[in-house]
Ligand binder design. Structure first.
Ligand SMILES: [Zn+2]
Length: 125
C-alpha cells in the first residue's frame, strides 16, 4: 500500500506512515468493498439468413469478469434499411435506453467516466 499523504511504500495494513507520520485510513487506501461495477457492451449474438442478411445484436451490462448483469432486448437488423438509413440507429438507441432505465431501476448508478464508445458507459452500486 501507499501513504495517502506522501505516497511512500508502506507495509500492508500500516496504521501510520513511517516517513511522514500521516495516519492511514483504511477506507482511502483499500478499494471500497462491496462496490459492484459493470460496463455496457454491444454484442452480436447471431445472424438469421435472409435475402439481405440479418444480424441479431444486444447490449449487455457486464461485470469486469465478463458476467452478464443484464441484457437488452435483442435487436434484429437487416442489412437493407427499408425505413431509411437511420432506422438502425433508432433501434440501437431504443434498446440501449431501455437497458439503462432497467439498470437504474435495479439501483445501479451511472459512473461519471467518459466512455470511449457512446454506449460503453459504466455503472456501479
Ligand atoms: Zn507518508
Amino acid at each position: 500500500m501507499f501513504c495517502s499523504q506522501c505516497n511512500s511504500v508502506l507495509p500492508e495494513g500500516a496504521a501510520f506512515c513511517h516517513v511522514c507520520g500521516a495516519k492511514q485510513s483504511a477506507e482511502a487506501v483499500l478499494p471500497k468493498a462491496g462496490v459492484e461495477r459493470c460496463t455496457i457492451q454491444f454484442v452480436e449474438v447471431g445472424s438469421k439468413w435472409s435475402l439481405f442478411g440479418k444480424e441479431i445484436c444486444e447490449f449487455r451490462a457486464c461485470r469486469e469478469n465478463g458476467e452478464v448483469v443484464m441484457a437488452s432486448e435483442q435487436i434484429t437488423l437487416s442489412g437493407f434499411e427499408y425505413n431509411g438509413p437511420n432506422e438502425k440507429n433508432k433501434k440501437h438507441k431504443r434498446a440501449f435506453d431501455k437497458l439503462v432505465a432497467q439498470m437504474l431501476q435495479q439501483g445501479w448508478q451511472q459512473a461519471p467516466d467518459e466512455p470511449q464508445l457512446w454506449y460503453a458507459i459504466s455503472f456501479w452500486r
